[in-house]
Design a protein around this ligand. Sequence first.
Ligand SMILES: [Zn+2]
Length: 487
Amino acid sequence: MEYEAIIGLEVHVQLLTKSKMFCGCDANYQDAPPNTHVCPVCLGLPGALPVINRKAVEYTIMTGLALNCEIARETKWDRKNYHYPDLPKGYQISQYDLPLTVNGYLTIEVDGQPKRIGIRRVHLEEDTGRLYHVNGQALVDYNRSGVPLIEIVSEPDIRSPEEARLYLQKLRTIVRYLGVSSGDMEAGALRVDANVSVRPVGQETFGTQVEVKNMNSFRSVKLALEYEIKRQIAILEAGGTVERETRGWIETEGRTASQRSKEEAHDYRYFPEPDLPPLDISPAWVEELRRALPEMPDQKAERYQREYGLTAYDAGLLVAERAVAEWYEEAVALGQQAKPAVAPKTIANWVTGEVFRLLREHNQEIGDLRLTPAALVELLGLVASGAITANVAKNVLREVAESGKSPAQIVDERGLRQISDETRLAEVVAQVLDQHPDEVQAYLNGREKVIKWLMGQVMRATRGQANPQVVMSLLKQHLEARRPSDS
Ligand SMILES: [Zn+2]
């Protein structure tokens, strides 16, 4: 029997507000000593009262808008009750039945086709503290307690670990474009729980859902889902039934393990938060926020194809990180002012080719590069005017990225300008032909492809600086001159 996986993701995203969700404590706690960003409110001391962070509400609405959600006119806060040492109040202020935004979607690309993944809801809540286990002791740090957190719940529209990865990547791109979160999974700013079930292909009803937690990177999400899908299929094939439970991903062992039976909503005894008023969200405010949204990645990619003639694939690569898209657009603007102009498509080829290669090799972000958009455009201008060859330009680009010098300076210092002088190149061509009589003979016998190999030899002899058109025409002339006459 063939099975398919049904996956829904719950993603918690920390918001980049200055202060915490319900108090004035600094929300930027990452490098702070434990328990230094705390006050009576986020420590849950008796009598302390919460105050709503307006910026966090704004960021949630912006995220909802970017995810094509409806924004609620009225929303309220609820207490989610449970007992754990990282939650000093004994409840988390969250949103239960009236979340801020509902019914949206985001689009991923599957086998070259767009696929919509539904977004059930995006609600706002507060983060918990953190437990650390050191030498058999449990230590608790409340710096994270009360940091604003949004929970983005997808519909069960995801059908494979790969689709889950694409969904998460897109979601991270969107929150980074909005500037509402760092989306940094390693720093815990983006945390993923998955609901996974399997069913025989063709069956309408869903199988029993298992919740998988503790996945700390995109890679571990993929591995955990792959493992969990196989595990459930094996149980069904053996005639067993899948337990409804919460399982944790154990990275070091490459498996999921049972943690507890799955809680139901009633286990949390949700009830309206008595210390906070419901919120009226005015349509005018939502409109204002909608107008202020930045150009989002899908719109950007579409514009790159329309205005710059890029392929969908290249456009997708360039918009995946906002910083890369901004770098590229700065280069395009400079390229249009340059004389001769440098085309957006040429710039795109260099960014997705050579620049991305550099970033991968050095494991850097585009902002870390010493290569600026202006330097890339200057370099491509040197290629366009015929001053240097494209091959030389690749080496110069690496040197610019290392030294921060200007391309023209490197070209001049190292004497890299393209050689177009026919007399000089004719000497090199003659030498190369003299050194390779067998290849010359092969060419003359009709193996014309050999000319490309000979071209490579001339390029090597000139350190890539020879003008390829001039060399090609010289090679043809000189080879023909060596053809014995028929007499
Ligand atoms: Zn506080």
